[in-house]
Design a protein. Structure first.
Length: 357
């Protein structure tokens, strides 16, 4: 089994997209022939430059056209296995196999919560990968086949995500952040100000005396970016909130921060937390979904009760006032990632699943 097709709706910045890019690069380095089908995006362009072939597939626009194109790709390139990422991609893969009687195994990674409405279709894949134990248990409760679901934590390339102390001063100078200012970073798609907790972070900076010299670095774009810009201006935070936009190389910017934050309303895993932790940053996030499987509370960061800005500020203030503790937690955070979430661990498990099918 050498020809693997990775299926995903798009290839811009995001958890599923970063996962697909990492899997693609890792499997290619092991000698697999890797193909990606999606509606395109910045990551697709990057991967094509590295020799990973990309096919245009309008998964969200037309399942009929996607199915027809998918059948042709499978036949023309002798694809041995389809690895779908997202509900829509999984549905297209299953329906294509049914409609055209294509004899090919399908693996499906659930990056979010699986809704019961798609269980009849998704249960037809050969293996469902859950990115956390939380995600697996939630899927079983919704009626997905327990015997098909296996937990494989998202992998982090710890050679790519590693601290470079010498970058810190240069980055802070570039973005006008004082060298001694406590600085947070959030990396996520900005769908709105609620989903990933951007509004909570604006509250932290604007409503609490203890945070009046803190800074926030924001990486990401989305429909909510204009609202975020408007709020930053409204709260008079232009000098302390740094909007960097879309970056495909977030590891080159995280050195300027002291802590990675993600006060989102829900996370099945929290890959950006693990990536930040690999950069020796403590992680602070709301205690939701699979976050407790990423952060060891009081050791590699802090978990905060959902929607509790007072507690969020309290935990961040502990790190702001204790640079040595912040540093020590960061060191422990990287050790945690190396032990549990190193990319090699994920790829080995994926290979075992592929071969079993």
């Amino acid at each position: 089994m050498k020809n693997i097709l990775l299926l995903v709706p798009r290839m811009n910045i995001g958890g599923a997209e970063s996962y697909v890019a990492l899997v693609a690069r890792s499997l290619k380095s092991l000698g697999y022939n890797i193909f990606i089908a999606s509606a395109g995006g910045a990551l697709a362009v990057e991967l094509q430059k590295e020799g990973i072939k990309h096919f245009f597939l309008p998964i969200r626009l037309s399942k009929f056209i996607s199915g027809l194109l998918l059948k042709r790709i499978v036949e023309k390139y002798n694809i041995d296995l389809i690895h779908a990422n997202s509900e829509a991609a999984g549905i297209v893969a299953v329906k294509t196999r049914q409609k055209y009687n294509v004899d090919i195994p399908i693996v499906y990674t659930a990056h979010g919560v699986l809704p019961a409405k798609v269980k009849d279709i998704i249960n037809q894949v050969d293996k469902i990968i859950a990115v956390s134990n939380f995600s697996r248990e939630a899927a079983i409760k919704e009626g997905f086949s327990a015997n098909k679901i296996e937990v494989v934590y998202n992998g982090v390339d710890i050679d790519k995500f590693k601290p470079h102390e010498e970058k810190r001063n240069l980055l802070r100078k570039k973005y006008n952040i004082p060298q001694d200012a406590f600085t947070m970073i959030i990396v996520s798609r900005i769908k709105n100000l609620r989903n990933k907790g951007h509004q909570h972070l604006l509250n932290v900076l604007s409503e609490y005396e203890v945070s009046k010299y803190w800074h926030l670095v924001v990486i990401g774009k989305g429909k909510g970016l204009d609202s975020l810009k408007q709020k930053v201006k409204e709260y008079n935070l232009q000098d302390r909130v740094h909007l960097l936009g879309h970056k495909t190389d977030v590891e080159n910017y995280e050195d300027m921060a002291d802590v990675v934050v993600l006060p989102s309303y829900f996370e099945t895993f929290g890959l950006v937390l693990a990536e930040g932790m690999a950069m020796e940053k403590p992680a602070v996030a709301f205690k939701v979904g699979g976050v407790s499987e990423v952060i060891e509370d009081n050791k590699t960061g802090f978990m905060v009760d959902y929607d509790n800005d007072d507690e969020l500020v309290e935990k961040l203030a502990i790190l702001a006032k204790n640079p040595d503790l912040c540093k020590q937690m960061g060191i422990q955070a990287r050790k945690k990632v190396a032990k549990d979430f190193a990319n090699e661990i994920m790829i080995k498990k994926l290979e075992e699943i592929y071969k079993s099918l």
